[in-house]
Design a protein around this ligand. Structure first.
Ligand code: AMP
Length: 233
């Protein structure tokens, strides 16, 4: 069958406009996922009928992998707590690397000065992130562990209450700071850390968690900050 030239053009124009509409709807990475060779090899999921791929497919697969490596321990350390054990994730060479890559991604090129890690599992993530982002590392410890002059802040945990401390010179005034912890539960630990970073006049550009327990609504206690979490329960 011969299609008149005019009809073909109209058809092509409609497809082009639908594609551009879909690009906006799917919020593709810079609109390049379906068009560059590099991104074609990066994303290996099927295109939709307009030849486009949703931005988050690969990230979602990685998140699934990461979540599958987090072990849930019911009623630990006390009844009613579902403890999120990240040691299997840390022990997996692929999943751990991908975790750090995903956590770091929003901050690449953002000129972060320091990553702040919270005692104790937060240290592991923060140290790897600091290496990846080429920043310094500052640590938040439980009371009595730091040898030099400290600032301190009381906090409430999902299953305890305590005092956190930082060295006075851990952050210099005006430094751009990213704070990282493994789990956001009630948000008390992070709020205490934020208060200490503010006392030291650090500029908080992000607050990141590997895991967020959304049912505890800890995010509500951290208003005014860019809160990100990779895995949610
Ligand atoms: P919160 O101050 O209530 O947000 O508690 C967060 C801190 O407590 C993080 O440093 C976590 O390491 C730890 N935490 C609280 N709840 C859990 C949980 N269910 N599983 C693992 N760690 C937790």
């Amino acid at each position: 069958m011969i299609i008149p030239v005019l009809e073909t053009c109209r058809f092509n124009n409609e497809i082009a406009s639908l594609r551009s509409q879909r690009r906006k709807n799917l919020s593709l990475r810079g609109g390049t996922i379906a068009t560059t060779k590099q991104s074609r090899t990066y994303i290996s999921y099927p295109r939709d009928c307009f030849g486009l791929r949703p931005r988050n497919d690969k990230t979602m697969q990685t998140q699934k992998l990461i979540k599958s490596k987090i072990r849930e321990i019911p009623d630990w350390p006390k009844k009613g707590i579902s403890f999120k054990d990240i040691t299997p994730l840390l022990g997996d060479k692929v999943a751990f690397g991908k975790t750090i890559d995903l956590l770091a991604r929003p901050y690449l090129g953002k000129k972060v000065d320091k990553v702040v890690g919270i005692d104790a599992r937060g240290f592991i993530l923060a140290a790897a992130l600091a290496y990846k982002l080429k920043t310094g590392l500052a640590i938040v410890r439980k009371k009595g562990k730091l040898p030099a002059k400290t600032v301190s802040q009381e906090y409430t945990l999902e299953y305890a209450s305590n005092v956190l401390e930082m060295h006075e010179d851990a952050i210099l005034p005006g430094e751009k700071v990213l704070i990282v912890d493994d789990v956001l539960a009630t948000g008390g630990t992070m709020q205490a850390t934020i208060n200490m970073v503010k006392k030291l006049k650090g500029k908080i550009i992000g607050v990141d968690f590997l895991i967020e327990l959304t049912y505890l609504s800890g995010r509500k206690n951290l208003k005014g900050y860019k809160i990100k979490s990779l895995i949610q329960y």
